[in-house]
Structure formats: C-alpha cells, structure tokens
Design a protein around this ligand. Structure first.
Ligand code: SF4
Length: 247
C-alpha cells in the first residue's frame, strides 16, 4: 500500500502549514504557543476562534479550542471564563471578524470588563474571502471592492477599534504590535505575555492587536508586504501600548 504520510495522519496534521507564503498568522500562532508554554498554562488554556484563515489553527495548537460563529467569539469567551475562571481564555479574531460583524460583541465585552484577552489580527482586508475592503482597510488601499483605493467619502474612514476599546473603563491592558520584522516580533511576544499575565491576575479586559501581513490579499510579495506594514499600515495604526492600568 502506498505510504501517504511519513508520520501518522494525525501527527502530520499537527505539523501542517495552512497559510500563504509570508502570511503573518503563522508567526503570531507560534508566539501564542510559546507564551502559553512559558507561562505553563497549556493545560488551563481555552482559545476561542473567530472565522478567517486562522480558524484552522486548533489543528496546530495542543490546548482546548472552540470555534465561534462569525464575530461571536467574545460572547463565547465570556461564558467560558465565567464558568471556568481559573483558565486562560483568549479570542483569536481577524479584523473582518472583530471589527466588522463582531464589533458590538467586542465593545460590550470590553465595557463589561470581561476577564479574557482579545487578540486581533489586522491585515487590512478580508483575506480569507479574496482581499476585499474591510473596516480596517487604510485610505488609498486598493482592493477588489475599492479598485481606485479606499476613499473616505465613498467608503468611510478606517476603523481604529483598538483605540476605541482603550477608552473603555473595563479595559486594563491594550496594545498594538506587528510581526513584520524580528524586533517587532519580540515586542509582540512581550505584549501577548503581558496581556495574559494581566488576565490571570485579573479582573479586567485585555487586548493585543497584531498587524499581520496578507501578501495574497494585498497582491504583494512577502518582502513587499512586510515593508508595507512599516511604510503604510503603521501610519494609520501606530504601534505601542495604548493603555496599561495593570499596576
Ligand atoms: S489570504 Fe492572507 S491572511 Fe489568509 S493565509 Fe493567505 S496571506 Fe494569510
């Protein structure tokens, strides 16, 4: 019989890579897994996934995960954390999931000060469904549904959800990072670790937005995509800690 897998099928699935070349999701997933192991929380972690290219990440993760309806991960994370308060609970959502269909969910979860961590992957488009305009698409950015570039009069302004959430009293740690170059990757890991520690010290809502390259949606090479984050995306979405009320 022909041997399809060098490893067992389940082991091969654990090590598969689901993303386009240069996508930032794989780096972010690696950081998440590293932080959870460094905090020795693997057996006490529940990830709640939104709908996007990253929704297959539970195949890679070695901890409990739930897949939520589109935009509804904050509601599910609220329930999980309230029922199991000793767990590390995080949502993993794209900008389409959190900043479009799920905007209401995340705002009210942060307003209530729900004690989970929201991770937002911002790649400035709906990557999974072809790269069309998202609330986070920056002005001038060309997409299949804004072929002349995003225009404020026609499409509105980019949604800076993280700035909005940082204003809410229920949020105690809010940061924006990028995974486009080694120094930023290290900062991203530190921010995710700080948010998780803040959650476990509780109470309070924590959030980390990750600027994540989408070379396929942006019609750029991986190298161009990572430069675009630096040269264009960070002008609308500056990096840094927006709120730290943890001390
Ligand atoms: S479409 Fe974009 S977000 Fe999705 S896997 Fe490809 S590069 Fe990543």
């Amino acid at each position: 019989m022909e041997q399809i897998f060098e490893q067992s099928p389940s082991a091969a699935l654990k090590h598969r890579y689901d993303y386009c070349a240069g996508c930032g999701h794989g780096v972010t997933i690696r950081l998440l897994a590293e932080v959870i192991d460094e905090l020795a929380l693997r057996e006490r972690t529940v990830g709640v996934l939104g709908v996007g290219c990253y929704s297959t990440s539970p195949v890679t993760f070695d901890f409990d995960c739930q897949l939520a309806l589109h935009g509804r991960a904050p509601a599910m994370a609220t329930a999980v954390k309230r029922l199991l308060p000793d767990r590390l609970v995080f949502t993993f959502q794209g900008d389409g999931d959190m900043a479009a269909i799920g905007t209401t969910e995340i705002i009210h979860a942060a307003t209530r000060g729900e004690n989970f961590t929201a991770l937002l992957l911002n790649n400035a488009n709906f990557g999974e469904t072809g790269g069309h305009l998202a609330p986070t698409t920056v002005l001038g950015q060309r997409t299949p549904s804004s072929p002349q570039g995003r225009d404020a009069l026609e499409h509105g302004y980019p949604t800076r959800l993280t700035e909005m959430l940082a204003l809410l009293d229920g949020a105690n740690y809010v940061a924006r990072v990028a995974v486009n170059k080694p120094a930023n990757v290290l900062r991203a890991k530190a921010a995710i670790k700080k948010a998780f520690k803040a959650q476990m010290a509780g109470p309070g809502f924590s959030m980390v937005e990750v600027l994540s390259a989408c070379p396929s949606g942006w019609r750029l090479t991986p190298v161009e995509a990572h430069s675009w984050i630096e040269e264009v995306q960070t002008k609308t979405y500056p990096l840094g800690v927006l709120k730290d009320a943890t001390s």
